[in-house]
Design a protein around this ligand. Structure first.
Ligand SMILES: Nc1nc2c(c(=O)[nH]1)N[C@H]1C(S)=C(S)[C@@H](COP(=O)(O)O)O[C@H]1N2
Ligand SMILES: [Mo]
Length: 247
């Protein structure tokens, strides 16, 4: 997106048609993968505008006394044997595989991730169903993981997958490199509880809760989401939710 100035999009959106703005957005990789190749729908323009105008904006952070008690969890922890076995072993065998467009594919244990400086944030997690809560999340910035593996400068997305196969999603590089996007292993000062995705989850505080996939096992750096699922960038998008849902 370098060289893409705010003025280019604003000028085009104001001075020409929305169609021209959408075409311009497309030429700079600003069409969301669930846009269906249709030029000019509101979602594409919203995504493009957020990406150009606010890609470095921070999600609001809260004070410790604003942390919600209790917290809410969506669904129950996995019941399958692989998960239960790993849990019984304190998740010592849990691995985060990082592959795709990287110089050094790697497998990180939770302990490996903890050897790097941690980052904490007290942010709001909002579910598309209407409930929400504030919690403190601690983990390693996704940007740091991408640096460790040498992610390609040509990469456009990071696809992430869970031990729960239906739960996969992706973010563009603006969100992947955003300082508040974490691979979280802690919550409210302790380990990440199993119901909240322990031992590892993605935390994307600038988007709705469903982007924060729990029980994450694999990150794939890619320049296209075509080969993943139905090519819409996430399970949620296949189900009719927006791939990009900035808040
Ligand atoms: N693996 C997995 N990730 C998931 C989900 C899930 O059921 N399984 N639910 C999603 C939804 S819809 C929301 S709102 C948030 C909720 O996070 P929480 O369960 O920690 O509150 O997790 C998201 N990530
Ligand atoms: Mo949700």
């Amino acid at each position: 997106m370098s060289g893409f100035t705010r003025r280019a999009l604003i000028g085009s959106a104001a001075g020409a048609s929305g169609l021209a703005a959408a075409k311009l957005a497309g030429s700079y990789g600003l069409i969301p993968p669930d846009g269906g190749g249709i030029w000019g729908p509101g979602e594409t323009l919203t995504y493009a505008a957020q990406r150009v105008l606010g890609r470095d904006a921070l999600a609001r952070e809260f004070r410790k006394d604003q942390i919600s008690q209790p917290s809410y969890a969506n669904g129950k922890p996995p019941k399958d044997e692989a998960y239960l076995r790993s849990q019984a072993a304190g998740f010592a065998d849990w691995r985060l595989t990082v592959d795709g467009m990287v110089d050094r594919p790697a497998e990180f244990s939770v302990a490996d991730l903890k050897t790097h400086p941690s980052s904490s944030q007290i942010t709001h997690l909002a579910c598309e169903e209407g409930w929400s809560f504030i919690a403190e999340w601690t983990g390693i910035p996704l940007s740091r993981v991408l640096e460790l593996v040498g992610a390609s400068a040509q990469a456009k997305y990071v696809v992430y997958r869970s031990i729960q196969p239906r739960w996969w999603d992706s973010v563009d590089m603006a969100d992947a490199l955003h300082p508040q996007t974490l691979i979280a292993y802690g919550m409210n000062g302790g380990d990440l509880p199993d119901r909240h995705g322990g031992p590892l989850r993605v935390r994307v505080p600038r988007q709705l809760g469903y982007k924060s996939v729990k029980y994450v096992t694999r990150l794939t750096v890619t320049d296209s989401v075509d080969g993943f699922g139905k090519g819409k960038g996430s399970f949620a998008a296949e189900r009719g939710y927006a791939w990009y849902n900035g808040i």
